[in-house]
Design a protein around this ligand. Structure first.
Ligand SMILES: Nc1ncnc2c1ncn2[C@@H]1O[C@H](COP(=O)(O)OP(=O)(O)OP(=O)(O)O)[C@@H](O)[C@H]1O
Ligand SMILES: O=P(O)(O)OC[C@H]1O[C@](O)(CO)[C@@H](O)[C@@H]1O
Ligand SMILES: [Mg+2]
Length: 455
């Protein structure tokens, strides 16, 4: 991640000069940067160790850095006049309603905004021919929605024409569009922003990255992730109880995580009693003395039972050897290998492992009682836990501050505990994944005592 950051790549686009006094200026009048606060004229460093900074070998002012989040003293849109829209896209994620509510309350209560609306069912709601009515969002309408899972606006996958979506914003007189979604949604948001820029329209597009997979880079953790892995951890606990209560007990738990194994790692660490964690980033072999199946049999022999946590994207090459990840979508038609948005539809590693473990123990005449648990959508359809809710509210506040100050084509996030603005191009430039040589995977290896390699 270090090498790809440059000052230019981290520059956030602005709609124009900020000429209006911010209603929040009084809160920050006397503030300057300290360990708890970053002044709007300061920058948040990309790197956080001396060696990484030294490696850059550039002057202090040229070190890659992010624009800080937070209210500005002067803003672009006159308070009270802006018309704002919100859309949620992609898979569900705990906290979507918290963010919607946070946006509406911040806009209405602090910036005097009187017109906020929501597009229904993702980007499809911005295309009139789909027939989804636009809904008003008021402080009364969003009251208590944070107690519900899902999104009150609905969501969808699948491509929509950015020109038509831009037309819709113009026709409705929208000044700011907030897009709450994952990497695909952020690409979609960038597409809309590009059309608006080409047409020289001062309409802001601000992303609030959402993903239970935690696969958006540069922002620490994405909202909803903590809640999701907490729910997944409960399934692992159940698997452990089942496994310990049986002869030759094996608990096998499959959790979401298409290309990034963060949920599997964190959920396993939360219990600290998984025996194996299998993730997409670390390939493994099934057969042979050093392979996973032999390791699992030995673990059950040694300890009486074992728990295996597998991310849905792990070991795909074992199921479909020639499978290549699709790059960009080219048409509307979902195929067997990709969903409506062009995301890889994966083969079921959980069921595959369940069957292979059963036949392997059988062939070795080793007793086995296997319990297979797949919490599936249950980990993402729940309301956010308080830690995520707090994060959602703060992200929403930071997003509104950025939007009112005329920023566009960017997402809000928190890096090294500071809220920052990340250009969308940067946020979708790579995928955040568990580094096999990083400290998280080392913690997993320490916790599970699984072999360093099963290859
Ligand atoms: N490369 C792209 N360019 C423009 N729009 C895109 C692109 N990729 C995805 N989108 C659009 O963004 C929306 C959401 O995308 P997608 O289904 O991939 O979910 P996501 O935002 O990545 O969330 P999740 O993390 O749940 O996968 C869809 O309407 C999709 O068509
Ligand atoms: O079945 P759906 O709704 O397309 O979503 C499944 C995918 O969504 C994710 O939860 C990401 O949002 C992935 O982990 C999973 O593969
Ligand atoms: Mg995605």
């Amino acid at each position: 991640m270090t090498s790809s950051a440059s000052s230019t790549a981290l520059t956030v686009t602005r709609l124009g000069e900020c000429r209006h006094d911010s209603p929040l200026a009084k809160y920050i009048a006397g503030r300057g940067t300290n360990e708890h606060y970053v002044d709007e004229d300061d920058r948040v460093l990309f790197d956080d160790t001396i060696s990484l900074v030294r490696e850059r070998d550039v002057a202090l002012d040229e070190l890659p850095s992010f624009e800080p989040g937070g209210p500005r003293r002067k803003i672009f849109f006159a308070p009270g006049t802006a018309k704002v829209a919100v859309v949620t896209c992609g898979g569900l994620c705990p906290g979507l309603n918290d963010v919607i509510r946070g946006l509406v309350l911040e806009l209405c209560n602090h910036y005097g905004v009187r017109q906020v609306c929501g597009f229904r069912y993702g980007f499809a709601g911005l295309v009139p021919s789909n027939g989804h009515p636009v809904v008003p969002l008021t402080p009364e309408r969003v009251d208590k929605i944070n107690e519900l899972g899902g999104t009150i606006l609905g969501t969808s996958r699948g491509a929509q024409d950015p020109e038509i979506m831009a037309d819709t914003l113009v026709e409705l007189g929208i000044d700011i569009l907030f897009v709450i979604g994952g990497d695909g949604s952020m690409r979609g948001a960038a597409g809309i922003a590009a059309v608006l820029t080409r047409r020289a329209l001062p309409i802001g597009v601000i992303g609030i990255p959402k993903t239970i997979d935690n696969d958006i880079p540069y922002i620490g953790q994405s909202f909803g992730f903590q809640t999701s892995f907490a729910v997944a951890a409960a399934s692992i606990q159940a698997a452990r109880v089942e496994a310990r209560s049986a002869v030759g007990g094996v608990g096998l738990v499959r959790v979401m995580g298409r290309h990034s194994g963060f949920i599997a790692c964190y959920a396993a660490l939360a219990n600290h009693d998984a025996d194996f964690v299998l993730i997409p980033e670390v390939p493994f072999r099934l057969d042979g003395d050093g392979g996973f199946l032999a390791c699992l049999r030995r673990r059950v022999q040694d300890r009486g039972s074992a728990v295996v946590v597998v991310a849905e994207g792990a070991g795909q090459e074992l199921l479909t050897p020639a499978r290549a990840e699709p790059t960009a979508r080219t048409d509307d038609s979902p195929s067997a290998a990709v969903d409506a948005s062009g995301n890889a539809t994966l083969a079921d590693i959980g069921v595959f492992l369940r069957d292979r473990i059963t036949s392997d123990f059988g062939a070795a005449e080793q007793p086995l009682t296997l319990k297979y648990i797949d919490p599936g959508y249950a980990i993402r359809s729940v309301p956010a836990q308080p830690s995520d809710s707090v994060y959602c509210v703060r992200l929403a506040q930071a997003a509104v501050h950025a939007a009112m100050a005329g920023r566009t084509d960017m997402v809000v996030g928190r890096r090294h505990n500071r809220f920052v603005h990340v250009p969308i191009a940067m946020a979708v430039s790579i995928r955040n994944q568990v580094a096999p040589d990083g400290d998280l995977w080392l913690s997993v290896l320490e916790s599970t005592a699984q072999p360093f390699e099963m290859r």
